[in-house]
Design a protein around this ligand. Structure first.
Ligand SMILES: NC(=O)c1ccc[n+]([C@@H]2O[C@H](COP(=O)([O-])OP(=O)(O)OC[C@H]3O[C@@H](n4cnc5c(N)ncnc54)[C@H](O)[C@@H]3O)[C@@H](O)[C@H]2O)c1
Ligand SMILES: CC(=O)N[C@H]1[C@@H](OP(=O)(O)OP(=O)(O)OC[C@H]2O[C@@H](n3ccc(=O)[nH]c3=O)[C@H](O)[C@@H]2O)O[C@H](CO)[C@H](O)[C@@H]1O
Length: 340
């Protein structure tokens, strides 16, 4: 029996494939490579010494999807495939709704057609409404994403919830990730953003490797201890392990389950810079500039539901996140390169 991983060539997907293969699952990757490289899947095979069945296919291509389900005996799906750039989603809402929502619907229709009713879905802390005061977000905190990308993630959750209500045989785990960072400790796979990174950690690693001059810190006047934004960074390997626990859960307990995946501990931008400097031995020059529109002061998880419901907790700290992000960047200054 195999697990289909949509978006398995991407950042979080590739790390999850490693953990799945190491745990003995057969893995089938479906990815259109719109934001990733075939090379990532080759490196997953290299790290694990196991083969991945790779299908370059778009979730919007129904016949292609059916071929994949026909070819493999599929037990469950882990659904990462989505477009994820907040700014781009504001510019191109139709493309985002189409890709992320129509892609999810078509995937679920095909799953139902082939009698596969187990899915782990990538959601995000971005689905939560901004709290009035800093407090850990629980799964019951009010929702209210403020950009089209976030709304696609939320709508995906609603579709899956309704699907489960209509047919309780479905086993669904919605995972709301906080801020995934870091890389596999081998340094062979990691995050490879297109162009100028939007997110903090890849920007820092590119400064460290000399590709960018200095970091702009967005806002130094937040109501936080050092005035910079606080986030719940989580090591991508911890996150990948969370997917295996979620898979165990839905394979044994059908139902609709929602879990935050975070550490429960927030770090400010300047704390991340300091941790990265310690881990890399490189200085990260920075300038404090104005706030980025749409940013909040503080965002961190209450991860107790995942601990109680999945038996999962993040174990890797900020130093390890920085050390692993740095190893990946240092060994692959151009990411996966300009190849496939
Ligand atoms: N990285 C984060 O910070 C973060 C945080 C919260 C949630 N998420 C969610 O986690 C998931 C994975 O994120 P990631 O950081 O690994 O992103 P990523 O861009 O590295 O991976 C997504 C993969 O999906 C593929 N893809 C996109 N649309 C597709 C389609 N229609 N058909 C087939 N393949 C398609 C892309 O080529 C890419 O390989 C996404 O759903 C994202 O919304 C990510
Ligand atoms: C508005 C926005 O894009 N939100 C997305 C971003 O959230 P986040 O804003 O939580 O993540 P991020 O990595 O973009 O920023 C983390 C922190 O670093 C700060 N920062 C970031 C980059 C930089 O060059 N300088 C700097 O100071 C930023 O203001 C924030 O306080 O990423 C998340 C996943 O990881 C989700 O996808 C969010 O939807």
């Amino acid at each position: 029996m195999a697990i289909i991983v949509t978006g398995g060539a991407g950042y979080i997907g590739s790390h999850t494939c490693v953990e799945l293969l190491n745990a003995g699952y057969d893995v089938v990757v479906v990815d259109n490579l719109s934001n990733s490289h075939r090379e990532a899947v080759r490196r997953v095979e290299e790290i694990t010494g196991r083969k991945v069945a790779f299908h370059e296919a778009d979730l919007l291509d129904k016949p292609a999807l059916e071929r994949v389900f026909r070819e493999h005996k599929v037990e469950a799906v882990i659904h990462f495939a989505a477009l994820k750039a907040v700014g781009e989603s504001v510019e191109m809402p139709l493309e985002y709704y189409w890709n992320n929502i129509a892609g999810t619907i078509q995937l679920c229709q095909t799953m139902r057609q082939f009698g596969v009713k187990k899915i782990v879905y990538s959601s995000s802390a971005t689905v939560y409404a901004v709290p009035d005061s800093p407090r850990p977000l629980t799964e019951d905190s009010p929702l209210g994403p403020i950009n089209p990308y976030g709304r696609t993630k939320w709508m995906g959750e609603l579709i899956l919830r309704d699907l489960h209500a209509a047919d309780p045989e479905w086993g669904i785990a919605v995972l709301r990730y906080f801020n995934p960072v870091g890389a596999h400790p081998s340094g062979r796979i990691g995050e490879d953003p297109e162009g100028i990174p939007n997110n903090l950690m890849p920007y820092i690693t590119q400064v460290a490797v000399g590709q960018r001059e200095r970091l702009n810190v967005f806002g130094g006047d937040y109501p936080t201890p050092d005035g910079t934004g606080v986030r719940d960074y989580i090591h991508v390997v911890d996150l990948a392990e969370g997917h295996l626990k979620a898979l165990d859960k839905i394979l044994t307990n059908p139902g609709y389950h929602v879990y935050n995946l975070g550490t429960g501990r927030g770090y400010s931008v300047l704390e991340v810079v300091a941790a990265f400097e310690r881990a890399s031995g490189r200085k990260i020059p920075y300038t404090i500039v104005g706030r980025r529109p749409g940013d909040t002061a503080v965002c961190y998880a209450d991860p107790s539901a995942a601990r109680d419901g999945l038996g999962w907790a993040a174990t890797r700290g900020i130093e390890e996140m920085c050390a692993d992000a740095w190893r990946w960047q240092r060994q692959n200054p151009e990411g996966y390169g300009n190849g496939e």
